[in-house]
Design a binder for this molecule. Structure first.
Ligand SMILES: CC(C)(COP(=O)(O)OP(=O)(O)OC[C@H]1O[C@@H](n2cnc3c(N)ncnc32)[C@H](O)[C@@H]1OP(=O)(O)O)[C@@H](O)C(=O)NCCC(=O)NCCS
Length: 200
């Protein structure tokens, strides 16, 4: 079985965004519906597929999900409210980043900070020492998702021309990172030995 084409794909550019913006935003919305976010299990698939079909014109099939989740580094999570699945996300663990492949909230439950809580969950999995960024790819026509991810602190870092098999649409690679640009640049900056000496 061929692995399904990721809806969201990674990038390698540097960018500066902290996790404070997202965490402070999550704490502020009035309309937040508190959800429980847990591992996706086989039993959740019918509800996940239902959300998938309502969310995307070119929806993944059950086999696409299963094929993806069989990979060792692939994780599925669901957001649950009152024993009902109201959102899901599928992502891959890479050495230095999380790569989100699929992400959706039930249309009936949108604009209640459920997507934001799922992003917060991902941000919690980052660490300064190891995985420092979340990357994903969004269709150029999917303005609402672009606005959502922008609000969450992601930045568009790359355009992938005619990226999809189903249309000739471009994809925008968006990225949220814990890494500060200064922190990246500093080790390569020329050292001022005199001021170091003065300070000592
Ligand atoms: C994108 C998506 C996941 C957002 O989920 P959500 O739970 O509705 O998002 P939230 O309620 O957490 O939104 C947080 C903020 O993001 C922004 N935002 C979210 N949806 C938006 C929209 N349709 N238009 C403009 N801004 C939006 C807003 O600033 C919002 O805050 P506000 O509601 O206080 O104004 C959801 O719309 C969805 O499932 N879309 C279809 C699937 C999809 O496109 N997935 C992404 C694939 S790349």
């Amino acid at each position: 079985m061929v692995r399904p084409l990721p809806r969201l794909v990674g990038a390698s550019h540097n960018d500066s965004h902290g996790k404070e913006a997202i965490v402070s935003w999550i704490q502020s919305p009035q309309q937040a519906l508190k959800v429980q976010i847990r591992w996706l299990i086989r039993r959740d698939m019918p509800e996940v597929l239902d959300i998938e079909r309502q969310s995307f014109e070119f929806a993944w099939t059950e086999e696409d999900f299963l094929c993806c989740l069989r990979q060792r580094n692939c994780i599925g999570m669901v957001a649950e409210y009152n024993h009902r699945i109201v959102g899901f996300m599928i992502y891959e663990l890479h050495k230095a980043k999380l790569h989100v492949l699929n992400f959706a909230v039930d249309p009936e439950f949108r604009r209640q900070a459920i997507g934001a809580q799922m992003i917060e969950k991902l941000v919690d999995k980052l660490s300064q020492q190891r995985r420092q960024e979340i990357v994903l790819e969004v269709r150029e026509s999917n303005l609402s998702a672009q606005l959502f991810f922008k609000k969450m602190g992601f930045k568009a870092v790359l355009v992938l021309r005619s990226h999809y098999d189903d249309t000739d649409e471009d994809a925008y690679v968006m990225r949220l990172t814990l890494v500060d640009e200064e922190a990246i640049l500093l080790p390569f900056a020329p050292a001022n030995r005199i001021s170091e000496y003065d300070a000592a």
